[in-house]
Design a protein around this ligand. Structure first.
Ligand SMILES: Nc1nc2c(ncn2[C@@H]2O[C@H](COP(=O)(O)OP(=O)(O)OP(=O)(O)O)[C@@H](O)[C@H]2O)c(=O)[nH]1
Ligand SMILES: [Mg+2]
Length: 458
């Protein structure tokens, strides 16, 4: 194991919370913590993986910073493989800052992004695929993405790659035997036999690429803008969906001028809901800028929520929306049911085959109905039918698998005309790709890139 600095960082999220966890890892962990924890004797005699109560104090002015619990992990039986501590303190931002700054004054360095996991990887505690899976579990934007990451964590990708590797190695043996004994078809089997095996692997790899495509649609989260003419009730709906009064609501037209977004979890998916400026004819320059943004949001999104009033005729601007957006991308919300039964609007939406609900947005009971309506649609977009999760969970992995797929496609298509020398050369290159995929070939730049995508404290 290499000698490295001792590092510390907050591992739980930023902001005030009931509790926070600060992690420390490296050679000097115990030596430094002994200077900050009281009673010192308790700390020194504590066994690894036991949790104890301490006073964390500033040993310069002897003031207690917090009452904490802490767990010792002795190398190599820790997450990073080094000596480690986990401190559980009160989760106030000031408390956390005080503890971390105390640790820094004692000679500990602030951890870089993903540095704990990187050390775990470099110390052989986890392999590259597991490290990437950890990153994905933390960053998941959808259940599907989380499902893939969890399976990757459990070693699914590794197993599959190992299977491919073994198959390719066997084909390579056949192929190379043919180079040495070109006439002995009956002993080794003909070219057809191993090209069929290559085709099978190709199909398997292609399936993985297809699975990946499905996940990519939800990887960055789904955004749904709320669109409509001025005063339709968009901001009222926005507040209702996100569950608090985030934006202003007013009976004057043009209340919302800028697009405002919040993330919500609906049906286990992270969804960005965007409130937008109402579409209207206006001379107001700022309002016009807001409307441009609304159009931008309409064009960028895979679906929209269209709010239209039960008590109003279809407006010219609404006809523009209906022309610009495919009907199956629209979720219709007919608002102001308390003012009018909305029969006319219902008829219009039915004719256009737009799914809709009729609601009163000033009625508190309607929230659940709205959420269920949105959830159903979201499930449709992300194509929740039970398909296999696949093994690819990062862009890096996807690039390598694509590279492998192209090589193997080339061999399987041209196997009849390609000589065994070329085929075996290509197969060896694919074995190299596999080694890179599972992290057997260690490239420092790539490793740094992977761990840079993690958050600090992980
Ligand atoms: N009676 C009734 N009033 C509603 C309903 N929904 C919204 N309103 C009222 O309609 C007015 C406009 O609501 P907003 O949510 O500000 O409308 P908006 O679409 O965001 O309007 P702009 O931001 O101006 O484009 C407010 O006075 C709301 O209280 C509803 O279902 N019933
Ligand atoms: Mg508004």
């Amino acid at each position: 194991m290499q000698e490295k600095e001792t590092i510390a960082a907050l591992s739980t999220g930023k902001g005030n919370a009931a509790l926070a966890i600060i992690r420390i890892s490296g050679k000097k962990t115990f030596e430094i913590l002994a200077k900050c924890l009281k009673p010192e004797k308790r700390f020194l005699s504590s066994k690894e993986k036991e949790i104890h109560l301490y006073q964390f104090y500033n040993n310069k002015n002897l003031k207690t910073i917090d009452e904490i619990t802490a767990i010792k992990y002795a190398s190599p039986r820790s997450f990073t493989g080094e000596d480690m501590m986990e401190i559980i303190c009160h989760g106030g931002e000031i408390v956390v800052e005080e503890i971390v700054s105390c640790l820094l004054k004692e000679g500990i360095t602030l951890a870089e992004k993903g540095e704990f996991t990187k050390r775990a990887f470099l110390n052989g505690k986890i392999n590259l695929l597991k490290a990437e899976a950890i990153g994905q579990i933390i960053q998941s934007n959808s259940r599907k993405q989380y499902g893939v990451a969890m399976e990757a964590y459990g070693g699914k990708g590794e197993k599959k790659l190992f299977k491919w590797k073994e198959k390719i190695k066997r084909i390579l043996v056949d192929c190379e035997a043919k180079i040495e004994f070109p006439e002995e078809d009956d002993i080794i089997g003909g070219k057809k036999e191993y090209t069929n095996k290559i085709k099978d692997i190709y199909k398997d790899i292609e399936k993985e690429i297809k699975n990946r495509k499905k996940i990519k649609t939800v990887e960055n989260g789904i955004s749904i803008p709320i669109i409509g003419i001025a005063n339709a009730g968009k901001s009222t709906l926005f507040n209702k969906i996100i569950g608090f009064e985030r934006v202003l609501v007013h009976h004057e037209e043009g209340t919302t001028r800028d697009a405002v977004s919040e993330e919500v979890i609906i049906g286990g998916e992270r969804i960005k809901i965007i409130d937008t400026a109402g579409l209207s004819e206006t001379k107001d320059l700022v309002e016009k800028m807001g409307i441009e943004k609304t159009w931008d949001n309409i064009n960028k999104s895979t679906s929209i929520i269209w709010v239209t009033q039960a008590n109003k005729e279809l407006h010219e601007k609404e006809k523009e929306i209906l022309q610009a957006v495919k009907k199956d991308k629209i979720l219709g919300i007919i608002s102001k049911k308390d003012l009018n039964n909305g029969k006319k609007k219902v008829k219009t939406l039915k004719e256009m085959k737009i799914p809709y609900i009729v609601v009163s947005l000033i009625n508190d009971d309607e929230r659940e109905k709205i959420l269920i309506f949105v959830k159903k649609h979201v499930e449709k977009i992300i194509n929740k039918e039970e398909t296999e999760n696949g093994i690819i969970c990062t862009k890096r992995q996807e690039e390598i698998i694509l590279r492998m797929m192209n090589k193997i496609k080339n061999i399987s298509e041209k196997a009849e005309v390609l000589g065994e020398e070329i085929i075996s050369h290509e197969l060896r290159l694919i074995l190299n790709d596999i080694a890179e995929y599972v992290g057997e070939i260690k490239n420092e730049d790539i490793i740094n890139e992977i761990f840079n995508q993690f958050c600090i404290g992980k």
